[in-house]
Design a protein around this ligand. Structure first.
Ligand code: DAH
Length: 332
């Protein structure tokens, strides 16, 4: 038998043996016997040096091919026989077991409320605008007709990031951003977070939520403002809610008013709760964004969302809204 025939016989024998093996140990023993560092394939390759030069290239090539072939066959056998035997029992599926019910959460009460508020105003023709929570002084103060010496700009009453940049203290900033970007008429609401360094207690937080409203067009009047706010309060709190406008002052509106809503107390009496501020947009504000204040008038309002939520749902402490305690949140 020639050297070549011998090595081919070795291959056939190895493959036949591999085919009949059972179990991981046997497969490993086969590997050592044929492919191990002192295995039969290695030995056959070592013969190369004794082979006549004319046969060497053919023998070497065939030996290499066989080594590759056996290595592949070994790997395939190991994957098929050994791994399938070692499958852990836990991976099998009992399709007769009843399923585990999935627990699906729900939106936070404040998120639900913002969506509800947006829906109500959308029905009145308002679109929704958003603005950044990190603001500059122009949008938070200057363009809103709040002069540099105004007490509302006191560093102790605001979260300044540097001399000119701050966390916005009101959503009125979005009035300016919207008017800068759009020609009149504009009719938007803007819900979002605002920040003030208030000491935290049952009714105060360093962060709370407002919804801003702005409507600028030709011929907009205070009657439009009162109707809009009153309709909103009825849609959100219920048809029998009473609203009241109290004269007030804001630098960016003239005239200005405070919006109060009447709630009944546990003892049967009623109490007016302040919901926010509003007024006719001050001509200075319109001019600061390049609107013609002779041609256009507008109204604006800013309502406290958290306060409304607390009243509507009988929540006694604002901190409950921000603590993410699921025992509280699941109730809504
Ligand atoms: N920005 C005011 C605040 O945070 C609320 C407010 C008052 C907003 C009057 C308005 C407005 O748009 O017209 O206290």
């Amino acid at each position: 038998m020639s050297h070549l025939q011998q090595i081919e016989q070795l291959r056939n024998q190895a493959l036949a043996e591999l085919d009949s093996l059972n179990g991981a140990d046997a497969v490993e023993a086969w590997r050592i016997k044929y492919l191990g560092s002192k295995g039969l394939v290695k030995q056959a390759m070592a013969l190369l040096k004794d082979i006549p030069p004319a046969e060497k290239p053919m023998y070497g090539k065939t030996a290499n091919q066989i080594k590759g072939e056996l290595t592949k066959a070994f790997q395939a056998c190991k994957d098929a026989k050994v791994s399938s035997q070692q499958q852990p029992v836990t991976q099998s599926v009992d399709v007769t077991l009843p399923g585990t019910s999935a627990k699906i959460g729900h939106r936070h009460l404040l998120t639900q409320t913002v969506d509800e508020i947006c829906d109500i105003f959308a029905r009145m023709g308002f679109s929704i605008a958003y603005g950044p929570e990190v603001e500059d002084e122009r949008h938070n103060f200057d363009a809103l007709n709040i002069p540099p010496a105004h007490p509302a700009r006191d560093p102790l009453d605001n979260f300044y990031i540097d001399e000119k940049i701050m966390l916005r203290s009101q959503t009125s900033t979005v009035q300016i951003r919207t008017m800068e970007a759009t020609e009149p008429p504009v009719r938007i609401i803007s819900p979002g977070r605002v920040y003030r360094p208030d000491t935290v207690d049952a009714t105060h937080s360093f962060m709370f939520h407002q919804v801003e409203g702005l409507y600028v067009d030709e011929g907009v009047t205070m009657a439009d403002l009162k109707t809009c706010v009153d309709q909103f309060c009825k849609a959100y709190f219920g048809d029998d809610i009473k609203t009241r406008f109290r004269p007030s002052f804001f630098p960016f509106t003239e005239p200005s008013a405070e919006i109060d809503v009447e709630f009944s107390q546990d003892d049967g009496s009623t109490k007016w709760i302040e919901l926010g501020g509003c007024g006719m947009v001050d001509p200075n504000v319109l001019e600061s964004v390049g609107y013609d204040s002779e041609k256009y008038t507008g109204y604006a309002f800013g309502l406290g969302i958290d306060r409304g939520v607390m009243r509507k749902h009988g929540i006694p402490d604002i901190r409950l809204l921000f603590e993410s305690d699921v025992r509280f949140l699941r109730q809504f």
